[in-house]
Write a protein that binds this ligand. Structure first.
Ligand code: SF4
Length: 302
C-alpha cells in the first residue's frame, strides 16, 4: 500500500505544510527562525534578549527556539488582570521556564498602575484593547530597556493581519514601524519578531512535537476587536488561496527594503519626554499616562 512519507525520509509526516516528519519538522522550525534572524540581522551572538511572554504557544516557542539557537533569554510576563484568562498560561509559563532553566520576571497592571484591566474596562472610558495595548506596550518598553532587545512571538498570521489593518486604516506611521524588527532609538527598545515567517499552524505543531504544554484560552475582550474580524476574513480567504498570507509578508518585506531608516525615524518625529513619566510621547503627556489618569479619576468617583 502506498504511504505518504516525509519529504526528506521515509518517516510518517507530522505536518502537511511542509510535509515533514517530527525530526525534520523540528529542524525546519529552527532553520526558519535562523533565516529570519540572518535575513533581517536581528541578533548578534552575545545579544541579551528579553522575550515578552504570555505563556501561549507563540511566546514559549520564541523563548525555546532562541535558547536552542544559543541566545541568552529572559521571559517577561505581563499580567493585565483579565478574569482568570492568564491563570492557566501563567502556570504553563512557570512550568516551562523551570523545566528549561529559563529566568522570567512577572509584572502586573495592578502593581504598576493600581488597577486591573477588568477594573479599567468597567469604567467604560476606553475600548478594552486600547487600554490593554497602550499600557502593555508602555510596560514592555520600560522593562525592555534594561536588555539589548525585546522579542515577541508575533507569527506570520499576526503580521499579515497587522499589515492589512494598517493599510485599511491608512495608518502610515504604524505601517512603517511594522516588520521583523524596529530600529533602536533613544525612546524605544528595539523589538524583534523571530517567528515572522512561521504560521500559527506550524507553531502549534512544533509545541506538540516538543511537548510544550500550552492551553488555548481566548481573551474575553477579543470578540470586540477589529483584529478578530479581520483575522476571520483573512482565514476564510486563505482556504482557497494558501500562499496569500506569506505573499502579504513578502510584499511588505519588499516595500521595507525601499523604506530606509529615515522612514522609520520619521515616525519618531515630534517625540519628546512625557512630562509625567519621562517615556516617549508626541504630546505633553503620553497616552499611557492619560489613560491611567482618566481611569483613576473615574474609579475614584465610582
Ligand atoms: Fe488585550 Fe484582550 Fe484586547 Fe488582546 S484582545 S489587546 S489581550 S484586551
Amino acid at each position: 500500500m502506498w504511504m505518504v512519507t516525509c519529504a526528506h525520509c521515509n518517516e510518517k509526516p507530522v505536518s502537511t505544510d511542509p510535509r515533514l516528519c517530527a525530526s525534520h519538522f523540528e529542524q525546519f522550525v529552527l532553520d526558519t527562525v535562523k533565516e529570519v534572524i540572518d535575513r533581517w540581522k536581528l541578533l548578534q551572538p552575545d545579544t541579551k534578549v528579553i522575550v515578552a511572554v504570555s505563556g501561549g504557544k507563540d511566546s514559549l516557542t520564541t523563548l525555546f527556539t532562541l535558547k536552542k539557537l544559543g541566545y541568552s533569554v529572559t521571559g517577561l510576563f505581563v499580567n493585565e488582570g483579565i478574569g482568570s484568562y492568564r491563570h492557566d498560561s501563567r502556570e504553563d509559563l512557570i512550568t516551562f521556564c523551570t523545566d528549561n532553566d529559563i529566568d522570567f520576571k512577572e509584572i502586573s497592571f495592578k502593581e504598576e498602575f493600581g488597577f486591573t484591566l477588568d477594573e479599567a474596562v468597567a469604567t467604560r472610558e476606553y475600548h478594552p484593547c486600547t487600554i490593554c495595548g497602550t499600557l502593555r506596550r508602555y510596560l514592555l518598553n520600560k522593562y525592555a530597556r534594561e536588555h539589548d532587545v525585546i522579542a515577541t512571538g508575533h507569527n506570520l498570521d499576526d503580521e499579515s493581519q497587522t499589515i492589512m489593518m494598517n493599510l485599511l486604516r491608512a495608518n502610515t506611521a504604524l505601517f512603517s514601524r511594522s516588520g521583523p524588527k524596529t530600529n533602536p532609538s533613544r525612546w524605544f527598545a528595539q523589538k524583534i519578531k523571530p517567528l515572522y515567517l512561521l504560521t500559527e499552524e506550524q507553531i502549534l505543531t512544533y509545541t506538540h512535537i516538543k511537548g510544550i504544554r500550552t492551553r488555548r484560552s481566548g481573551c474575553p475582550y477579543s470578540k470586540v476587536s477589529y483584529r478578530a474580524a479581520l483575522r476571520q476574513e483573512l482565514n476564510e480567504y486563505a482556504v482557497n488561496h494558501r500562499e496569500m498570507k506569506r505573499n502579504i509578508i513578502e510584499s511588505y518585506a519588499k516595500l521595507l527594503s525601499h523604506m530606509n531608516d529615515t522612514d522609520q525615524e520619521a515616525s519618531s518625529d515630534g517625540i519628546s519626554a512625557c512630562q509625567s513619566c519621562g517615556q516617549a510621547s508626541n504630546e505633553r503627556i503620553c497616552k499611557a499616562c492619560k489613560i491611567q489618569e482618566d481611569i483613576k479619576a473615574k474609579l475614584k468617583r465610582a
